[in-house]
Design a protein around this ligand. Structure first.
Ligand code: SRM
Ligand code: SF4
Length: 579
């Protein structure tokens, strides 16, 4: 037992326990004039897919004027594998004009978010999502979150099976409480019982739990970043089974070296018939042993740190009735962003649309929202959200693909082939003005940072060289910065830590390369490294791979100097020529 576990449980544990299975006083506050929910209900709202936020752009101004915060809500949908229909997409789009930000946002986990939802519109927004046969339930909160898988509609057996499996895991671990249906859909109230949540009980999980399913050959979902991952290993036309990966997680806190980002570890190989049970059992271990005292340590990765891999395997074996085989040794996976036009194996086509930072709106000459609405109305494609904040339009004929491309261009939307590699693979989290945890800008700043890097990379002949760049407004890791070639992680307004050395395949963590760099100095800080990459890289070598090669001093005329930084496991590095 850890030292923490002798201490009192966190306040949120109390909120969950007293909530009568996620009811709290949410329904009453929705009906009342109160501008906002109290702390306990704001925590419960997350299980319903709703975050209470305030508009941080006007926070100071309102404080000075003696006004309270401008409360508004973020509503998130959980969409297993990111799959929806054109009709569903259009129903969601119909809701956008009610909300302050007049946009939707495709997330890094194949979900959709609405921002700036006012309290008076909250109930109708959630209800409308349900009428479209989608849900916000368990998109947030201390439960299994949206289950991810490769969105490509290749219609081969692997992809179809993985998409079905993502749906099965999501259904298996969805909360059973009727609270959601009573509160948002006005269904009859039922008396809450001890057995209302057979799996979760009355305290649910210690914190969020994330699952993803990847193909051994394509890690487009970043499977090593989650609490639980299944890596599908094909054998001819069938899936031979899965490597079970556990305890990845990217959140950490500045100046708290006891928090850290970590890649998942492979614990066993399991047979296909046991996939749902395998995930449920990992979740159950977390439910029973995860830290309920300190939420900062309440992720599976901290349990793994305490137990070690063998200790985890031993505990896990007690939760399952199937054999745990040794993991299969796999080659480094690729990562396909699935953008552009591709043929499906049923002879039809799909087109992957690049959406800058996932934001679907009409702005600055790029009328993304109108383009997508027109395409959905006219062509009724299938829709798949990708783990890179983009969207695939599927099941189209050759003529329809040509029409899609023409409509995108007519609306000022750049096609994948028009983009530099840096832009195509870039991601940024929402940060300001909606995220309550943001320390600096991210989504609003990233396009101009990419512009600056694009100019530099073009000058160096690197415009099309493979490069992932990601930005977050704080160290929580929402755009998965620590697996990118280059990442900027917010410290305070206009100041970022710069990370270098991850890989697009999601199998390697980046190092802290330079600390506390101002926005305007980001390019200059990385220029020596980019110049060295331009001159000395081998064919197709990514920046992350090149940087890792520099770390092997014998091979390089570059020297990395550094000292331990406050962030555990990461070394502060500087690049110096050996002369
Ligand atoms: Fe995240 C919290 C946005 C993917 C790690 N995340 C938040 C909140 C809800 C802020 C808050 O708690 O008040 C952000 C809402 C901001 C807003 O205004 O919308 C937020 N996270 C996002 C999204 C929308 C970013 C995006 O650019 O798309 C992603 C939603 C995915 C979805 O559809 O479910 C999102 N968050 C992630 C990821 C990446 C992933 O899972 O692939 C991570 C890192 C992986 C992980 O979980 O370790 C991530 N978010 C966090 C954390 C740190 C958790 C930790 O272990 O410490 C927080 C903070 C927290 O939970 O207290 C957080
Ligand atoms: Fe907010 Fe930080 Fe997540 Fe960005 S990384 S959305 S700033 S919690």
């Amino acid at each position: 037992m850890s030292e923490d576990q002798n201490k009192a449980e966190s306040k949120v544990e109390g909120h969950k326990k007293a909530s009568r299975h996620l009811r709290g006083a949410i329904a009453e506050t929705l009906r009342a004039d109160a501008p906002a929910f109290d702390e306990a209900d704001a925590n419960l709202l997350k299980f319903h897919g709703v975050y209470q936020q305030d508009d941080r752009d006007v926070r100071q101004e309102r404080r000075k004027a003696g006004l309270g915060e401008k409360t508004m809500f973020m509503v998130r949908l959980a969409i297993p594998g990111g799959a929806l229909t054109a009709e569903q997409y259009l129903r969601l789009d119909d809701l956008v004009d009610r909300h302050e930000f007049r946009s939707m946002r495709a997330t890094t986990r194949q979900g959709i978010q609405f921002h700036g939802v006012l309290k008076r519109d909250l109930k109708e927004t959630v209800a409308a999502v349900n009428r479209s046969l989608l849900t916000t339930l368990s998109a947030c909160g201390d439960v299994e979150r949206n289950v991810m898988t490769c969105p490509a509609p290749l219609a081969d057996r692997d992809h179809v099976r993985l998409q079905a499996l993502a749906g099965a895991i999501a259904r298996d671990l969805r909360p059973q409480s009727k609270a959601y249906f009573e509160i948002w859909l006005d269904e009859d109230k039922v008396a809450t019982t001890e057995t209302e949540e057979p799996f979760y009980g009355d305290r649910y999980l210690p914190r969020k739990f994330k699952t993803g399913i990847a193909l051994a050959s394509d890690n487009c979902i970043d499977v090593y970043s989650y609490d639980c991952g299944l890596v599908a290993i094909p054998e001819g036309p069938a899936i031979r089974g899965f490597n079970l990966v556990i305890a990845g997680g990217l959140g950490m806190t500045h100046n708290k070296p006891d928090t850290f980002a970590a890649l998942g570890r492979t614990v066993a190989f399991i047979e296909p018939a046991h996939a749902v049970e395998a995930v449920r059992a990992v979740c159950a271990v977390f439910r029973d042993y995860g830290n309920r005292v300190d939420r900062r340590h309440a992720r599976l990765k901290y349990l793994l740190e305490q137990w070690g891999l063998d200790g985890f395997r031993e505990a896990y074996a007690r939760y399952v009735n199937f054999p745990l085989h040794p993991p299969v040794v796999l080659a480094e996976p690729a990562c396909d962003d699935h953008l552009g036009t591709h043929r499906q194996s049923d002879g039809r086509y799909f087109h992957g649309v690049y959406i800058e930072n996932g934001r679907i709106l009409d702005a600055d000459g790029c009328r993304m929202r109108s383009a997508l609405r027109t395409i959905m109305r006219e062509l009724r494609p299938g829709v798949r959200l990708t783990p890179h904040q983009n969207m695939l339009l599927t099941d189209l004929t050759e003529a329809q693909i040509a029409r899609v491309e023409a409509l995108l261009r007519d609306h000022g939307v750049r096609l994948a082939g028009d983009l530099s590699a840096a832009r195509r693979f870039s991601m940024a989290c929402p940060a300001l003005p909606t995220c309550g945890l943001a320390m600096s800008e991210s989504e609003r700043l990233m396009p101009s940072v990419v512009d600056a890097f694009e100019a530099e990379l073009t000058r160096l002949g690197l415009r099309d060289a493979p490069l992932t760049m990601r930005m977050t407004g704080c160290p929580n890791g929402c755009s998965r910065p620590y697996t990118a070639d280059i990442a900027f992680v917010g410290r305070k307004p206009d100041v970022y830590h710069v990370y270098v050395g991850g890989s697009l395949s999601g199998t390697r963590m980046a190092d802290l390369f330079a600390a506390d760099i101002s926005t305007e100095a980001l390019v200059a800080t990385l220029r020596p490294l980019l110049e060295a990459w331009s001159r000395e890289r081998s064919v197709g070598e990514s920046l992350g791979d090149f940087y890792q090669r520099l770390l092997a001093p014998a091979e390089s005329r570059w020297k990395i100097t550094g000292k331990e930084d406050e962030t555990r496991g990461l070394v502060r590095l500087r690049l110096e020529s050996r002369g």
